[in-house]
Design a protein around this ligand. Structure first.
Ligand SMILES: C[C@@H]1O[C@H](OP(=O)(O)OP(=O)(O)OC[C@H]2O[C@@H](n3ccc(=O)[nH]c3=O)[C@H](O)[C@@H]2O)[C@H](O)[C@H](O)[C@H]1O
Length: 464
């Protein structure tokens, strides 16, 4: 079947099976479909109800369920990493690799202009090109992550990079506020280069996927990450489409009564909202020091803690929260485990501080609200997002961390919060608040944000 003309571009979205990835693909799909593109969205059946809650189902949009092939050790019926242990999440990549026949059939039937792939599907560009279909590698990570971690200059060949290698930027990296990674962060980056059960590791998947695809797409913009985008372009030698930060639409609906009622007890801008995204977990010591640090601030707070699949959250809270803590803070602190309406909480006038893991979507959501950012990154790209937001953009403060193991104490939490919440007439608070105001205006400027998408569509049409 011949392709329709480029005017009716048809894109097939194929995010990884994790909501930190699905969510940006949904945000991008919504913008493309509103501009008239035909969008087909692939995911496993168990993810579709939550996708439907945010994907605009206009006539030019369809969701196509795909099944994850069975893999020994991966229980059937699990459709996203949110339901999996870390080991199962490794087996999930194996299942994705077994999808090739299914995806080949689907591509032949749908015959889209482009397939947007995620980091895991390194095999898809070759399979698609044999069918005359182009691919776009959509990185849901920030450009700093791509530039610091997965450019060809990082390729270790058949060796494993050392912690020291990964604590330094790759050769050719631009001169910015990001000049090194702490030892504990570099040790975390080693994960990218490890392969599990003989399967390709994350670095291999990304580098194969990026080198095989027609173009890259990155969820960012030149204004925020120009040097890193330019370095990626030099390294990858192919078009890089910038989607912009994909600022979510203002939240609709009302904040649930239990949250609204509690928040209304406190003065405007006084509450700390402390949360770590959809799948980021703290260890016992981190939970203890964070709780005691929030208590030390004397401010009201909402502390949201999630736990990996397979453990009981209440049991974990009872075990890890400091003795007597809940009693001592009962008039000004809530501890909650599970999903919260993050957009609505951040938009609430009582919330004045957002202490978070530096997940890129969450950082953008913090920036478009009036809450000061305190950054406590816990893995992977979060460490680099945090450096850019606290450094280049100067819109938040990082919690001080011990170089060797990333330890932070209650006083480090208290100090970081005080810097942006109490020392308002002093530096760095003054410049942080003015930078925050500038970036908030930029992100809420509909014309600017919309232009990212119209420019991207122009480039897609030229590539089709
Ligand atoms: C690529 C991956 O993105 C991940 O992001 P994660 O999903 O954790 O958090 P966000 O990116 O902030 O995004 C999470 C999204 O879920 C929303 N949300 C989350 C929790 C909740 O309780 N309620 C909500 O509404 C939130 O508003 C945001 O839109 C991690 O950084 C990970 O390191 C990275 O590999």
């Amino acid at each position: 079947m011949g392709k329709q003309s480029a005017d009716e571009l048809h894109v097939l979205m194929f995010p990884y099976f994790a909501f930190g990835h699905i969510s940006p693909f949904v945000q991008l799909s919504n913008r493309l479909s509103l501009h008239g593109l035909r969008v087909s969205f692939l995911s496993a059946p168990g993810n579709i109800p939550r996708i439907k809650s945010s994907l605009l189902l206009t006539p030019n949009v369809e969701i196509i369920p795909i099944s994850l092939p069975p893999v020994e050790g991966l229980p059937p019926g699990l459709d996203s990493t949110s339901e999996m242990t870390p080991h199962m999440a490794e087996l999930l990549k194996k299942s994705v690799d077994l999808m090739q026949p299914q995806i080949k059939t689907l591509l032949s039937q749908l015959n889209p202009h482009f397939v947007f792939i995620d980091f895991a599907q390194y095999w898809l560009p070759k399979l698609a090109s044999e069918l005359g279909i182009k691919t776009v590698f959509f990185s849901v990570f920030s450009a700093i992550s791509g530039a610091f971690l997965t450019v060809p200059a990082r390729d270790p060949g058949d060796k494993m990079p050392t912690v020291e290698d990964l604590s330094k930027p790759p050769i050719g990296f631009p001169l910015t506020s990001v000049t090194y990674a702490q030892t504990f962060q570099a040790r975390d980056f080693l994960y990218l280069f490890k392969s599990f059960d003989g399967n390709p590791g994350a670095y291999h998947r990304v580098s194969e996927g990026m080198s095989g695809c027609t173009a890259l797409a990155v969820k960012t913009c030149h204004e925020m990450e120009g040097p890193y985008v330019d370095f990626m372009k030099t390294e990858h030698q192919k078009p890089i489409l910038l989607t912009g930060p994909l600022v979510p639409e203002p939240p609709t609906g009302e904040l649930e009564e239990k949250w609204a009622q509690w928040l209304s007890k406190f003065p405007s801008g006084s509450v700390i909202f402390c949360s770590f995204g959809s799948e980021t977990f703290l260890d016992d010591s981190q939970i203890e020091e964070l709780a005691l640090g929030l208590e030390l601030t004397g401010l009201p707070f909402i502390l949201v803690l999630k736990f990996p699949a397979g453990v009981d959250p209440q049991t974990e809270l009872n075990r890890t929260l400091p003795k007597g803590f809940l009693e001592r803070v009962k008039d000004r602190g809530i501890v909650h485990s599970g999903w919260v309406p993050q957009l609505l909480i951040l938009a609430n006038s009582s919330v004045g501080c957002y202490l978070c893991h530096s997940g890129f979507s969450s950082l953008i959501e913090g920036l478009v609200n009036d809450c000061q950012l305190v950054l406590l990154p816990l893995k992977g790209d979060q460490y680099l997002n945090s450096k850019v937001f606290a450094g280049d953009l100067n819109v938040g403060v990082e919690v001080k961390r011990r170089d060797e193991d990333g330890y932070f104490g209650k006083d480090d939490i208290n100090e970081a919060v005080r810097k942006v919440m109490m020392e308002i007439e002093k530096e760095p608070c003054k410049s942080i608040r003015s930078s925050h105001k500038k970036w908030k205006e930029f992100l809420l400027n509909k014309e600017i944000q919309n232009k990212f998408i119209t420019d991207m569509i122009k480039e897609l049409k030229a590539l089709a």
